[in-house]
Design a protein around this ligand. Sequence first.
Ligand SMILES: [Zn+2]
Length: 225
Amino acid sequence: MSELNLILLGPPGAGKGTQAERIKVDFKLVHISTGDMLRAQVAQSTELGSKAKEYMDRGELVPDGVIIGMITERIAEPDASDGFMLDGFPRTETQADALREALDASGREISAVVLVEVPDEEVVRRLAGRRVCVKNSAHIYHVEFDPPKREGVCDQDGARLVQRDDDHEDTVRRRLEVYHAQTAPLIDYYDDLDLLLRFDGLRPVEELHKRIRATLASVRMQQRL
Ligand SMILES: [Zn+2]
């Protein structure tokens, strides 16, 4: 077995998205993001999408059963047979168990769990300092790391810069609480299975990427032996 089946864990603002983009290319993996999949299913009004939308409209979490069904179907598709990278799943131990069973049933397994760690205070600093252009959400600044020439004004089109609701400090802190409550048990779960790989998310993007890539390359080599 030489397929690399990965799970990505880390708090919001850890730079997971950037690393995922790179690792996906390095190892030719299918990137499976639960959030993206749910949004696509809802947009396409599939049966699963309408079911999920009912819960989301009520402000509830989409139940494990729905998510598990969606992911197990996805990883069974041909393009995921050479390896995948899960992002946003599993979120609970029930989901982690279900994933193991589904993989077991087809003679597959998780190769490694990549955890990008960043201290809470750094997450708050990164996210709460972010400002977005009201005209174009791709115009993103940071009050400390990448400030605009004129405070509160977009360099590219002169539009106003605002802080997204999600980026307000108290919201970020609440998101972090949820993250820790959800993820701590999963960290133990995968650590017990000897699958957990920890990376320091404070390192520069390039260096972090090199470390993750080198570690995963050796995981894959060991799998081939
Ligand atoms: Zn702008």
